[in-house]
Design a protein around this ligand. Structure first.
Ligand code: ZN
Length: 135
């Protein structure tokens, strides 16, 4: 006689959690992720509340513009914390942060020098034939 393991046949059988009404406003994104996301969407450098950058910034939500000199505030108009950099020129580096990772801060020469390369010609090929019938 074998004992079967107990089977759980609960109604629904859904995983716990994931209930509605528990979502934060920013879908769980950190301010940094929010800024990066906005930057991708808008195509301009974006920063978030607390970053110390100076220049002209526009709220990504309501386009409220500020001329910032210290830490970025929360938008006084709508409460957004992501700001787009509206000025031309290079992307400003927030104070206290590392310079952005330059895609090519160290130009590596693409010259390939090969010494003593034997370029073919002398390779001897041996053909082995099997099943050759010799009379
Ligand atoms: Zn705003």
């Amino acid at each position: 006689m074998s004992s079967l393991p107990p089977q759980r046949t609960g109604p629904g059988g859904a995983q716990p959690g994931r209930g509605p009404g528990q979502q934060p406003a920013k879908r769980g994104m950190s301010p940094k992720q929010g800024a990066e996301d906005a930057e991708r969407r808008l195509g301009i450098p974006c920063f978030h509340q607390g970053q110390v950058v100076s220049g002209l910034f526009g709220c990504v939500a309501c386009q409220f513009q500020i001329r910032n000199r210290k830490g970025l505030p929360m938008c006084p108009q709508c409460g957004e914390i992501i700001w787009g950099y509206l000025e031309d020129g290079p992307r400003p580096v927030p104070e206290g942060e590392d310079a952005p990772v330059a895609p090519r801060n160290e130009p590596t020469p693409q010259v390939t020098v090969q010494d003593n390369v034997d370029l073919g010609g002398g390779a001897s090929q041996v053909t082995v034939e099997e099943g050759v019938k010799l009379d």
